[in-house]
Design a protein around this ligand. Structure first.
Ligand code: AMP
Length: 194
């Protein structure tokens, strides 16, 4: 077994997306369960999030969801997962998700996923954690985002090392292969700085 015991996954909450994205979420859930890697995610039952959690649970995997009270009360929480942590708000939620995981994977998603992605990369840039961040570029979905990173560097707003803070993998299989060889988790984050 590799060094990654729990993977935090950021992904879309929309159901109105192409089948290849939905299939990737289901594939990842099944792979995590069969690899014995616990899933940490936003706790929702909708969109790719729901498919991911359902597939992990169907394979006998451990699933931890972290959801703000308001989203839970809007009945957007997944009711069948192994552990649902209810927190006060979005900031606490993102901190708890990040603390509980040894690595992060980003599947296709929208504004919420981008918010989580930028935050976890920005925390890494500041040295608040050293955990692997893997961008899963299903069907080239993230190509425009990668161009934005290159643009930031070209215009001098980001250091050349910044794009290297995340590793781009093209498929779920490539993600699992990267997780299998990831180094042991580094010491804890620095919560006093968050
Ligand atoms: P989006 O990419 O805008 O669909 O937002 C998805 C991301 O934001 C997920 O990774 C979640 O952590 C969070 N999120 C957004 N909507 C929900 C929801 N209804 N339930 C739980 N988490 C959500």
């Amino acid at each position: 077994m590799g060094n990654i015991r729990r993977l935090c996954v950021y992904c879309g909450s929309s159901d109105a997306v192409d089948r290849q994205y939905r299939d990737a979420a289901s594939e990842l859930g099944a792979c995590l369960a069969s690899s014995g890697i616990g899933l940490v995610y936003g706790g929702g039952r909708v969109g790719l999030m729901g498919l991911l959690a359902d597939a992990a649970l169907a394979g006998g995997g451990a699933v931890t969801g972290i959801i703000p009270l308001r989203l839970r009360d809007a009945e957007l929480a997944h009711s069948g997962i192994s552990e649902l942590l209810v927190v006060d708000g979005m900031h606490e939620r993102k901190r708890v998700m990040a603390e509980k995981a040894d690595a992060f994977a980003i599947l296709p998603g929208g504004i919420g996923t981008l918010d989580e992605t930028f935050e976890i990369v920005s925390w890494k840039q500041l040295g608040l954690h050293r955990k692997p961040i893997l961008l899963v570029d299903i069907a080239g979905y993230w190509k425009p985002l990668l161009r934005v990173f290159d643009h930031l560097v070209a215009e001098g707003f980001a250091r050349p090392q910044v794009p290297g803070l995340l590793q781009v993998v093209p498929t779920v299989a490539a993600l699992m292969a990267a997780l299998a060889v990831a180094p042991p988790p580094s010491p804890d984050m620095h919560p006093e700085l968050l």
